[in-house]
Design a binder for this molecule. Structure first.
Ligand SMILES: Cc1cc2nc3c(=O)[nH]c(=O)nc-3n(C[C@H](O)[C@H](O)[C@H](O)COP(=O)(O)O)c2cc1C
Length: 230
């Protein structure tokens, strides 16, 4: 963790909780759009890993990661059979990587009806989407074979629209609740402007590589953190 990312207690410097570290990383990287892109890994029915990019649209209570997807997509089938997943989130500006492992809860119409907080989060997410994104949830299912003549006549194109106040039943709020977070920060370098040629060998490291594993102990219901070699 960078100096700003640590708190000093009576026993010296101690790492922040992963939730606090993550919120600091998000804040420092918020000016770059790509900082909300993360890679979600699931396991297919055949046992293959399947990884794809998703947009992280929020973090609830400093630890539940929120994103959305189409109920008809392959990742939903994977998660119905095996709800565990890993999200790999890299912050390019601060060179930090979070690998968040846990269980994914999928919130559609039925689940939203039973939980006011999740219903609210799902509706907000739906309303903040671009109209074209919303429309994709009421049009052809992702991953299905595309009809051969689908581009034949653009004049026949009719824009799809989806009701802004009623999420499509295909629209799922996805909640990853981590039980493990592997957090690593990678070295950053400071350019030495007094030197004429900026080669790697004369760049001064501003920060060493560091790595912490945070695990949730289900017995004590507490997070445990240990530092490991990067
Ligand atoms: C920048 C970017 C952001 C994306 N965001 C999402 C997202 O938030 N949710 C989603 O389901 N798919 C998103 N996708 C598409 C997925 O990466 C993937 O192609 C799609 O969901 C189908 O995946 P699946 O067949 O494994 O379910 C995004 C793709 C890119 C390139």
């Amino acid at each position: 963790m960078s100096a700003e990312n640590k708190s000093v207690g009576l026993l010296g410097v101690k790492p922040l909780s992963f939730g606090d570290a993550l919120s600091s990383s998000r804040r420092k990287n918020q000016m770059i759009e790509m900082a909300s892109y993360a890679q979600l890994g699931t396991v297919t029915a055949e046992g293959f890993p399947a990884v794809r990019t998703v947009v992280i649209r929020g973090v609830l209570d400093d630890q539940h990661l929120l994103f959305s997807t189409d109920a008809r997509s392959a990742k939903v089938q994977d998660l119905e059979a095996q709800p565990t997943a890993e999200l790999c989130w890299y912050f390019a500006l601060t060179k930090e990587q979070y690998r968040l492992r846990g269980v994914v809860t999928m919130v559609g119409d039925e689940e939203a009806a039973q939980n006011a907080t999740l219903k609210h989060e799902r509706l907000q997410m739906w309303q903040k989407m671009l109209p074209s994104m919303r429309a994709s949830f009421v049009s052809a299912a992702p991953g299905q074979a595309k009809p051969v003549d689908s581009h034949a006549d653009l004049d026949k194109y009719e824009p799809q629209a989806a009701d802004i106040n009623t999420p499509s039943p295909n629209f799922l709020l996805m909640v990853l609740t981590p039980t493990r977070c592997d957090y690593a920060e990678f070295p950053t370098v400071q350019e030495d402007s007094s030197k004429p040629i900026h080669r790697e060998s004369i760049l001064k490291p501003a920060r060493q590589a560091n790595r912490w594993i945070h695990t949730f102990d289900s017995q004590t219901k507490k997070w445990v953190v240990r530092q490991v070699n990067p």
